[in-house]
Design a protein around this ligand. Structure first.
Ligand SMILES: Nc1ncnc2c1ncn2[C@@H]1O[C@H](COP(=O)(O)OP(=O)(O)OP(=O)(O)O)[C@@H](O)[C@H]1O
Ligand SMILES: [Mg+2]
Length: 263
């Protein structure tokens, strides 16, 4: 299963991806959690310490690696030839950081992209990683994406089995849903589902349900606004470590079941 998690800024993408990754790992699935946000914080919701996280160099910022794999200097964007299909199969083993519950974190990083597509070596490496990383049986790939939709259209999500849009009760977040859905269909990701987060009451839920229904996007589950999750975020702790019995974690457990029933 290859899962990408996207949505507007601050809706809870990192919370959802990190927690789902660990819950999957607890079921004996070997999970590769990929952080594709340049401001990488997935380590927090996975329960990796800041001391360990500080040592991590995102793949696309590892100039030596980018050059070794693509045959061109990382900073160059044109005027040279580089391999569009660099070798990526060993990256998780070489650069992955162990997290609890059978999860490995790989901080991919991202690249400054403009125009119609990313024509730079670091971008080629990242795309190859996401497209060609083979997920065997008993393995899963969960990707926490950058806020918004910029990096969606540039090929990073091609090859994903399912795209989860995290939405919160807010117009901005709900407006983004349509754009994400369109991009997903443009790039050939057929399965788009949603998770509602930070829901405070039934009315919130109804508004979200109506928007999703209109767009025929299945709602996998509803995570309530949960003070203990808010506090976990404030303290930099993983929800599964700080509030394992919370209603939010319970909701996420149900969401994983729904997701698994799709496959
Ligand atoms: N259900 C919830 N109830 C209360 N607080 C929550 C809930 N879900 C997430 N949060 C809090 O909201 C904040 C944003 O969450 P998170 O970092 O997961 O969002 P994000 O979408 O990844 O943000 P960004 O766009 O910055 O990457 C965090 O402080 C987190 O603890
Ligand atoms: Mg995030």
């Amino acid at each position: 299963m290859k899962i990408a998690v996207c949505g507007k800024g601050g809706v809870g993408k990192t919370t959802v991806s990190g927690t789902l990754a660990r819950l999957l790992g607890r079921e004996g699935v070997k999970v590769l959690a990929v952080d594709a946000d340049p401001n990488h914080t997935l380590f927090l919701s996975l329960g990796i310490s800041s001391e360990v996280a500080e040592q991590i160099v995102p793949l696309t910022e590892n100039d030596e690696l980018v050059q070794e794999r693509t045959g061109m200097e990382a900073g160059r964007s044109f005027g040279g030839m580089f391999k569009l299909n660099p070798r990526v199969d060993d990256l998780a083993a070489k650069f992955g950081v162990p997290a609890p519950d059978n999860v490995t974190l790989l901080v991919a990083g991202t690249v400054q992209i403009g125009g119609s597509g990313c024509m730079c070596p670091a971008g080629a490496l990242l795309k190859a990683l996401i497209r060609h990383l083979i997920v065997g049986s008993g393995e899963a790939f969960v990707m926490d994406m950058e806020a918004g939709i910029e990096n969606l259209g540039r090929g990073t999500t091609r090859g994903m089995d399912v795209l989860i849009i995290v939405v919160e009760p807010g117009r901005g977040s709900l407006t983004t849903v349509g754009r994400i859905q369109k991009l997903a269909s443009d790039i050939g990701v057929d399965r788009v589902v949603a998770v509602a987060n930070k829901v405070t009451d039934e009315q919130d839920q109804k508004v979200i349900e109506a928007v999703l229904h209109e767009r025929r996007i299945p709602l996998l589950g509803v995570i309530p606004f949960d003070k203990s999750l808010h506090r976990a975020g404030l303290l930099g702790k993983a929800p599964l470590d700080y509030a394992p019995e919370s209603p939010a974690v319970e909701a996420l457990t149900g969401i994983l079941k729904e997701l698994q029933s799709m496959f």
